[in-house]
Design a protein around this ligand. Structure first.
Ligand SMILES: *Cc1c(COP(=O)(O)O)cnc(C)c1O
Length: 221
């Protein structure tokens, strides 16, 4: 299937309130351009160097999202232009983003990554960690970041009940924070969950932002 028809098929199958992040990691500019010409403007990458290169060479009205694990020493390269950082998984990383945002005169939008999967290897805060951190003085002092919501990755499993339960867990934590810490923060509104294999389940569970790569651009090597 062509990129254009894959994109329109996905767009037709999701509510128009859900943001589609086209995950273009490892894919060349020509393919991104095909999606761009079909109207797609939000793209996700997971490597800093690739993200910087693509931002420099492609259209300026693209919104670039950093979706992968981000190392602190690389924040400085994307802080000037990144539209949203999905995978913020530690207080130290958030502190660095705040510092670089300040340096570039920007408030950088971020999502806090929550550990919802069974796998040990997936990054993210636990519920206890995030609650403690959001109530700490050091969070309140950060003026150059803006928390737009939460992000999570479900277990890579064909067990749909398990995946749905993990997404439901993220949604309930979101609701809890929305009615407490973020009760007067209208920007706290996104739940980034769902990829090619599970975005339909994620949307059923309240996702507002899906990150889809292979279903648009084909398999990666
Ligand atoms: C690669 C990646 C995706 C997209 O995965 P697909 O299965 O190709 O849709 C989504 N989220 C993150 C964090 C990724 O690294």
């Amino acid at each position: 299937m062509s990129i254009v028809s894959a994109l329109s098929k996905i767009k037709e199958s999701i509510p128009n309130t859900v943001t589609l992040v086209a995950v273009s990691k490892t894919k060349p500019n020509e393919l991104i351009l095909e999606a761009y010409q079909a109207g797609q403007r939000v793209f996700g990458e997971n490597k800093v160097q690739e993200l910087v290169q693509k931002n420099e060479t492609l259209a300026k009205d693209i919104e670039w999202h950093m979706i992968g694990h981000l190392q602190r020493n690389k924040v400085k390269y994307i802080a000037p232009f990144v539209s949203l950082i999905h995978g913020v998984d530690s207080a130290k990383l958030l502190k660095e983003i705040n510092k670089q945002g300040n340096k570039h005169g920007r408030v950088v939008p971020v999502l806090l990554q929550i550990h919802i999967a069974q796998e040990e290897t997936k990054f993210g805060f636990s519920k206890e960690e995030i609650t403690a951190f959001l109530n700490s003085a050091s969070f309140v002092e950060m003026k150059n970041i803006e928390v737009h919501g939460l992000m999570g990755m479900a277990t890579n499993s064909s067990n749909k009940k398990l995946v749905a339960a993990e997404f439901a867990h993220l949604k309930s934590l979101f609701d809890e924070l929305k009615s407490s810490v973020f009760s007067s923060s209208p920007d706290f509104k996104e739940i980034s969950m769902g990829m090619s294999g599970d975005y339909d389940i994620a949307i059923e569970q309240g996702s507002t932002m899906i990150r889809v790569g292979s279903s648009i651009f084909g398999k990666r090597n």
